[in-house]
Design a protein around this ligand. Structure first.
Ligand SMILES: C[S@@+](CC[C@H](N)C(=O)[O-])C[C@H]1O[C@@H](n2cnc3c(N)ncnc32)[C@H](O)[C@@H]1O
Length: 187
């Protein structure tokens, strides 16, 4: 049973169903993100792939007043839902291609990155780890086989996991839970 679901979650969930957006993150992922960001007071957090803002709402719910979150999405219709329901001065919602955003980012490092789109996960992985602070969390979901995986994706996932596990600067835990979450920490 997942408790203390963010207040805005129900409304965003409804709008998400109306749009038939089927890539939304689940409650387990949200709850974990909320818990992990609470471990980083005055933290700076990044979400790649806002969607309609379900995980965004969870991350914001775990943040203290000094923390802030940047969330990047390239679909105007989806991010509009997040904009409508998440009015929070600590949260910046960026409508932009995340490939471009990652490559151009020059600001301070992040304490947690939820990489929920191709850029930052299967693409531009090194660049994304490059903007994660030491001791920062890199979180990804959908690492267990999902019904919507296209042909060839399972091999891509295997290769990606090996790529992370081969790096000496990363500590990794693969969880057979939710959609298959990996918790990665940068030394
Ligand atoms: C798995 S969904 C995100 C789900 C969301 N984080 C949640 O909690 O429900 C992936 C999102 O990445 C977005 N996306 C895909 N390619 C992108 C890109 N190049 N730049 C920014 N966003 C992208 C998609 O539009 C989609 O909303």
């Amino acid at each position: 049973m997942i408790l203390r679901i963010p207040e805005t979650y129900g409304k965003i969930r409804e709008a998400t169903s109306e749009l038939r957006f089927d890539m939304a993150s689940d409650l387990y992922t949200g709850s974990l993100l909320k818990t992990l960001v609470a471990a980083k007071p005055a933290g700076l957090f990044l979400e790649l792939g806002t969607g309609t803002g379900l995980a965004t709402a969870w991350i914001a719910a775990g943040m203290d007043e000094q923390s802030s979150l940047v969330s990047v999405e390239n679909n105007a219709i989806l991010i509009e839902v997040a904009r409508k329901y998440i009015a929070d001065s600590r949260v910046t919602l960026v409508l932009m291609d995340a490939y471009e955003w990652i490559l151009n980012y020059k600001g301070p490092g992040f304490d947690l990155i939820f990489a929920d789109a191709m850029p930052g996960k299967y693409d531009l992985f090194d660049e994304t780890i490059g903007i994660l602070n030491s001791g920062g969390f890199y979180i990804i979901d959908d690492m267990l086989p999902q019904p919507n995986w296209p042909a060839g994706h399972a091999e891509k996932v295997e290769h990606f996991i090996r790529q992370m596990e081969d790096r000496d600067d990363l500590l990794t835990t693969k969880m057979n839970w939710s959609t298959g979450i990996m918790i990665v920490v940068k030394k």
